[in-house]
Design a protein. Structure first.
Lengths: 113, 114
C-alpha cells in the first residue's frame, strides 16, 4: 500500500540545536517533494521544494535532502529558535502534471528556550 | 493580494443539514484544491480543479460531497446531508504558474456537525 510517514508525531529540542525531521514514503514515485509549515489554527505555508533529480536544497537556516533510492527526505532547521515551533508537513508531488500533492501526517516540533 | 479567502470560518450544524463552504482563490491562479484535515487522517485532498474544470475527485468521500467552480474566482464544497463524522477543518488552496508548485492555503473552515 502507499504510505507517507513522518518520523515522529512530536519532536522537542533545545534552542540553538539542529532539528532534523524525516519523511519516508512507499509505493510512490514523486516528481518532487515539498515541505510546509503549519501553525495552530492556520493553513499550511510552503517552505521548500526539491525535485527528484536534486539531492539537496537550502534556504536560509533550512536544508532539505531527497534520496529517491531510500525513498526518504530529511528536513533540517539549523540554529533552531522558539519561533520555529510548529507542525511541519512533507508533501509528495504526483501525477502527470505533478499538480496533485499528498501530505504526510506531520511532525510537531517544539523548540525550548 | 488578500490571499485565499474562505467562508465561513466556523460552522456548527446539526446532522442531516446541508452545509456549503466557500472559497475565493488568489487572482490569476488556475488551480484550486479542497482538503480536509482531521487528527486521525491528517490533511487529505478531496478534489482539485484546473481552469474551473474538476480534474481529480477521487478523494471525495461519498456522494454526499460535491464541489463546483462556476468561475475562476469562486468555488463551493457542499455536504448534503451532513454527518458527525464530517466534522473537520476544510481548507481551500490555490496555485498558479510557479517554479515551486507551491499551494497557497486559506485559513480553513472549522465544521462541527452535532
Amino acid at each position: 500500500s502507499q504510505k507517507i510517514e513522518q518520523n515522529s508525531e512530536a519532536l522537542n529540542i533545545q534552542e540553538g540545536k539542529t532539528a532534523t525531521l524525516t519523511c519516508n514514503y512507499t509505493n510512490y514515485s514523486p516528481a518532487y517533494l515539498q515541505w510546509y509549515r503549519q501553525d495552530p489554527g492556520r493553513g499550511p505555508v510552503f517552505l521548500l521544494l526539491i525535485r527528484e533529480n536534486e539531492k539537496e536544497k537550502r534556504k536560509e537556516r533550512l536544508k532539505v535532502t531527497f534520496d529517491t533510492t531510500l525513498k526518504q527526505s530529511l528536513f533540517h532547521i539549523t540554529a533552531s529558535q522558539p519561533a520555529d515551533s510548529a507542525t511541519y508537513l512533507c508533501a509528495l508531488g504526483l501525477g502527470g502534471s505533478a499538480s496533485k500533492i499528498i501530505f504526510g501526517s506531520g511532525t510537531r516540533l517544539s523548540i525550548r528556550p | 493580494d488578500a490571499g485565499v479567502i474562505q467562508s465561513p470560518r466556523h460552522e456548527v450544524t446539526e446532522m442531516g443539514q446541508e452545509v456549503t463552504l466557500r472559497c475565493k482563490p488568489i487572482s490569476g491562479h488556475d488551480y484550486l484544491f479542497w482538503y480536509r484535515q482531521t487528527m486521525m487522517r491528517g490533511l487529505e485532498l478531496l478534489i482539485y480543479f484546473n481552469n474551473n474544470v474538476p480534474i481529480d475527485d477521487s478523494g471525495m468521500p461519498e456522494d454526499r460531497f460535491s464541489a463546483k467552480m462556476p468561475n475562476a474566482s469562486f468555488s463551493t464544497l457542499k455536504i448534503q446531508p451532513s454527518e458527525p463524522r464530517d466534522s473537520a477543518v476544510y481548507f481551500c488552496a490555490s496555485k498558479g504558474r510557479s517554479t515551486y508548485n507551491e499551494q497557497f492555503f486559506g485559513p480553513g473552515t472549522r465544521l462541527t456537525v452535532l
